[in-house]
Design a protein around this ligand. Structure first.
Ligand SMILES: Cc1cc2nc3c(=O)[nH]c(=O)nc-3n(C[C@H](O)[C@H](O)[C@H](O)COP(=O)(O)O)c2cc1C
Length: 260
């Protein structure tokens, strides 16, 4: 990375202080344990406010460069829901859900959202610090841009970054369109988890689904190449037989590599 002062190396003192609120870890654990993938929902419509709140909680997810590369299509309409459920392989979880949320990662909004980030400072009556301005005006376009349509510029970007990377610590991704997709999907998936945990905290159930025909779903909502469906979330109240069995997780030792 550049050796001069930048957003990573500069310690910003903006005179702002935010204390942590007290929370109960027991309550948090209840929320985690309450969230189960529910495959059959009761025939009962969710209050709109609950879904709105869950979506708002989704937006609080951490996300790359605060560029919020997501979009959520909230489907309540009966006919649209029926067609969407059919495109989710007619899974019971989709067919019986009160609401369906199509969660989309977008790779074409980083430019306008960079501008919004700088505007947020101006709206608060402040000038963005130099390193922040430089981040959104120079680093972000270099990091998430220079790929071109269908990755036409990617080989040049690859050669440039990998040559420079021989001599210094270097950002290696995103270079190819698939890596830009991964970039947007990571942040959107975090928002999805927030949404499902919010449902859980509100006493509501959910089901994340990747069992869908992406082409047909994209056509339904006029989604384009830069829109990537991350998952479709079904929400509602669990039917008595809605959870198929106790939760199964492999031993933690399988997943933790501790460096001592
Ligand atoms: C990205 C993703 C896609 C999933 N797709 C489906 C799906 O299409 N249908 C389904 O019944 N469950 C689906 N699941 C649910 C998983 O099977 C479930 O999370 C897993 O079995 C663990 O169970 P739990 O969520 O109750 O802890 C999906 C989960 C995730 C995270």
């Amino acid at each position: 990375m550049a050796k001069d002062k930048n957003i990573f190396t500069e310690k910003l003192d903006l005179g702002y202080c935010e204390d942590m609120q007290e929370v109960s870890v027991d309550e948090f654990e209840k929320i985690l344990h309450n969230r189960r993938s529910v495959r059959v929902f009761k025939d009962k419509i969710l209050p709109e406010e609950i879904v709105k709140k869950a979506l708002e909680h989704g937006f609080l997810a951490p996300n790359s460069s605060n560029l919020q590369p997501w979009k959520f299509i909230w489907v309540r309409n009966k006919e649209v829901k029926t067609e969407l459920a059919k495109n989710c392989f007619s899974q019971n979880g989709a067919k019986t859900a009160s609401d369906l949320i199509v969660c989309i990662a977008r790779t074409n909004t980083w430019k306008e959202n960079s501008k919004k980030m700088l505007d947020a400072f101006k709206d608060a009556g402040e000038e963005p610090p130099k390193v922040v301005e430089s981040y959104y005006k120079k680093i972000v376009p270099a990091a998430y841009g220079l790929i071109g349509p269908f990755g036409i510029l990617s080989p040049i970007k690859w050669l440039f970054l990998n040559t420079l990377g021989l001599f210094q610590v270097m950002a290696r991704e995103p270079i190819w369109p698939s890596q830009l997709k991964t970039w947007a999907v990571k942040s959107t998936a975090l928002a999805c988890e927030n949404i499902m945990l919010s449902f859980s905290a509100q006493g509501v159930d959910s089901l994340p689904m990747e069992g869908y025909d992406s082409k047909r779903v994209k056509k339904m909502f006029g989604l384009k190449g830069h829109d990537h469906i991350v998952m479709i979330i079904g929400a509602g109240y669990r039917a008595d037989n809605g959870v198929y069995g106790p939760r199964v997780r492999f031993d933690s030792d399988n997943f933790i590599q501790e460096i001592k």
